[in-house]
Design a protein around this ligand. Structure first.
Ligand code: AMP
Ligand code: ZN
Length: 112
């Protein structure tokens, strides 16, 4: 999608600190980190939000990729959080499906 920020990051048209990429997903550092480690996992294909995601294999891949990123970033044993903000009340601001992977500090529950 031509005016989508994360499509542009996926295409390399807007710079980001890329952690890893494969044929389906890109993992990059969040520009405004909310934890010592905060990365975003996005599919290369444009999907606006979890509500619009009809491809269950893509969703499984997103979660697996978030898990793999947490492992690669050294978070697996101590723990981490995977968050998919969806629409207004959850605070979604970028309408290209993404999973936040947060770790490196203790986290409270329930989230704000
Ligand atoms: P959400 O609120 O769930 O839609 O999350 C969007 C996230 O994208 C926020 O955590 C932002 O800090 C992050 N973000 C926005 N612009 C950029 C950018 N250019 N590079 C990296 N992360 C970004
Ligand atoms: Zn997009």
């Amino acid at each position: 999608m031509s005016d989508c920020l994360f499509c542009k990051i996926a295409a390399g048209e807007i710079p980001a600190i890329i952690v890893s990429r494969d044929a389906e997903f890109v993992v990059f550092r969040d520009i405004n980190p909310q934890a010592p480690t905060h990365v975003l996992v996005i599919p290369l294909v444009h999907v606006a939000s979890l509500n619009e995601a009809t491809d269950r294999e893509l969703l499984a891949g997103l979660l697996a990729r978030a898990r793999d990123a947490a492992r690669e970033l050294g978070l697996a044993e101590r723990g981490y959080r995977v968050v998919v903000n969806t629409n207004a009340e959850a605070g979604q601001t970028v309408f290209h499906l993404h999973a936040h992977v947060l770790g490196g500090r203790g986290m409270r529950w329930p989230p704000g």
